[in-house]
Design a binder for this molecule. Structure first.
Ligand code: SER
Length: 589
């Protein structure tokens, strides 16, 4: 069965079962606190948490996902950074029994998989969460013999949340038996066996908890289902291949790649797979708007593409043109399902070409330097590459520290991570000071923070106007990407309230109000009506920032000069942050 047929059959099956077919969301998630989309459920988080009423009770999708958690495993049979996830969801509609039945019907009837090859795992109970006896019973009712149902703990059979907090729950997984034969462990050869007999194909999450800020699992308003099946692994099982790289999802790319390799290097399996995986991921990331850079998701893209270049060398592939050719194959192979790839073709090819060219130049010199450093470390009978050298390789030659670590490992060495971080921090401080001196201001980094600070003041005041004077700031956290604001308020905000707050902030931005500052005593400040951060201890003399006559607040700054500099303000999330405290995450666009 082709991968295209698998996708289509999956969506058709769940559509027939009353699910709304929802398109894949972008690899850049809506939630700015999450770097990349790594699971199909992310676009449905608000429904799973009960923050918004879902427009449908059942959904299904094929989601583009990117995960770096398994990057070190890429090169084996079935681990990838970029992959497609087939999923079905129930938002407080059906639960365990129907989810299992649907999964079983799809696998054995639609996909015609041999039931003998399918094994099940369930949650054995750990921490405060009980064993899932019901799951065992339900699978047995479906016809799975008890000995093919095994139980595991949090590590294997509990999923989520994506970040620190959010929806999560115990899981039940379906594993495919590739060989049909136990290894030397005999009866103990179960789905977690290291022998490679099994591959996990479907994760059925029984989503019923929200992990809160305190790390507690509180029950969600409704019991939901969130499932995820790896398309590449399904294709591997159904096309009876030895690895995902031999399926139709990778074959043209692998063939092209091999055609570039000198004959002696064609069987260098791991580098071939790494280059293929990373390049495919790169194409999808760029298409969705990620560009190679130094921070956050841009850094992930840069790291993955540079890693592909480094492994490309082991295959004798160096020219940027080669990488461009490989990208063309990815676009062709996936373009019919993801038309955006065709649309973004020029951008994808240009970004890859330029980044590869840039990095290739530095790579030779960087590798040479690395060899010298490693030789010195070894000759001194040491085991650790100094942090300063790791930083030098990073800063001057663009070597991501993770790559240097990998190179070091190949020689039985480690890197001094702490030393690297220190060197990095020191450098950042020096360069920021330089920028500040040069421009007499706060630098690009500082300007972003200044915008977030001013926007936070506007948000604080807007919340008080719309919700009432009981709103007090309980916490605040800024990153260049988003602002986070915790405040006292007894219940979730309604959609209308959120909209009103957003509108009011944007109106104040449009009015281009001046931001002014005076330094006065704390008492005077409070008397004059300035707001203070509820939990903070202040010095005697404080800075009071006023935004027109809209807001007045004690703050250490920095701030922008006029609200017009802020751009468009958007609330991306409103959620609980403990009893009587709400949390808003917002961005300036
Ligand atoms: N959220 C689960 C996963 O990512 C199932 O979709 O595996």
């Amino acid at each position: 069965m082709t991968s295209k047929e698998i996708r289509q059959k999956f969506l058709d099956f769940f559509k027939k079962k009353g699910h709304k077919v929802v398109p894949s969301s972008s690899l850049i998630p809506e939630d700015p606190t999450v770097l990349l989309t790594s699971a199909g459920m992310q676009q449905f988080s608000k429904y799973l948490l009960g923050e918004e009423k879902p427009p449908y009770m059942r959904a299904t999708s094929v989601q583009k996902c990117f995960r770096t958690s398994d990057i070190d495993l890429v090169g084996d049979r079935d681990h990838l950074t970029f992959f497609e996830m087939l999923g079905n969801w129930s938002f407080g509609d059906y639960f365990k029994k129907e989810a299992f039945e649907l999964a079983w019907e799809f696998l054995t009837k639609e996909m015609r998989m041999d039931p003998k090859r399918l094994w099940i795992t369930v949650f054995k109970g750990e921490q405060a969460i009980p064993q899932d006896e019901e799951a065992i019973k339900l699978w047995q009712e479906i016809g799975i013999p008890r000995e093919k149902i095994s139980e595991f703990g949090m590590e294997d059979n509990f999923w989520g949340p994506v970040g620190e907090t959010g929806p999560c729950g115990p899981t039940s997984e379906v594993h495919y038996d590739l060989t049909g034969k136990p290894c030397s462990k005999g009866k103990n050869c179960k789905p977690n066996c290291e022998c490679g007999r099994f591959t996990e194909i479907w994760n059925l999450v029984l989503m019923q908890y929200n992990k809160n800020e305190k790390g507690e699992y509180e029950p969600l308003p409704a019991k939901n289902i969130d499932t995820g099946m790896g398309l590449e692994r399904m294709a591997c099982a159904l096309q009876e291949k030895g690895s995902v790289f031999e399926t139709d999802l990778f074959l043209p790319l692998m063939q092209k790649l091999a055609s570039f390799c000198p004959p002696g290097l064609k069987n260098n399996i791991r580098p071939l797979r790494i280059v293929a995986d990373h390049l495919r991921g790169t194409v999808f990331l760029i298409s969705d708007g990620v560009v190679p850079g130094r921070e956050e998701r841009n850094y992930i893209l840069r790291r993955v593409l540079r890693r592909a270049v480094r492994y490309g060398r082991l295959l004798g592939i160096e020219k940027p043109d080669f990488f461009e050719e490989l990208a063309k194959v990815v676009i062709e192979n996936h373009g019919d399902v993801y038309p955006d790839l065709e649309k973004n073709r020029d951008k994808i090819l240009t970004v890859i070409h330029d980044e590869v060219e840039k990095f290739t130049k530095a790579l030779n010199r960087g590798l040479k330097l690395f060899e010298e450093v490693a030789k010195k470390v070894i000759s001194e009978k040491l085991k650790v590459i100094p942090g300063q050298d790791v930083f030098h390789l990073y800063d001057t030659y663009g070597f991501p520290p993770e790559d240097t670590e990998e190179l070091a490992k190949e020689k039985g060495l480690e890197i001094d991570k702490k030393g690297f971080k220190e060197a990095f921090k020191k450098h950042k401080e020096i360069s920021r000071a330089g920028v500040e001196k040069k421009f007499g201001g706060v630098g690009r980094w500082g300007r972003k923070v200044a915008r977030q600070h001013t926007a936070t003041h506007l948000l604080h005041q807007a919340l008080r106007q719309i919700l009432g004077d009981h709103v007090k700031q309980m916490g605040s956290d800024l990153t260049p990407e988003r602002l986070r604001f915790d405040f006292s308020h007894p219940k979730a905000m309604t959609k209308e309230e959120i909209k009103k707050v957003e509108d009011l902030v944007n109106q104040k931005i449009k009015e281009d109000l001046p931001v002014t500052m005076v330094e006065i005593s704390y008492e005077e400040a409070i008397k004059s009506g300035a707001l203070a951060f509820f939990k903070e201890k202040y010095p005697k003399i404080v800075k009071v920032y006023s935004v027109g006559d809209f807001s007045k607040e004690i703050c250490a700054g920095p701030h922008v000069k006029h609200t017009g500099e802020l751009g468009h303000f958007k609330i991306v999330k409103e959620q609980s942050s403990g009893a009587g405290v709400r949390r808003i995450k917002a961005v300036l666009e």
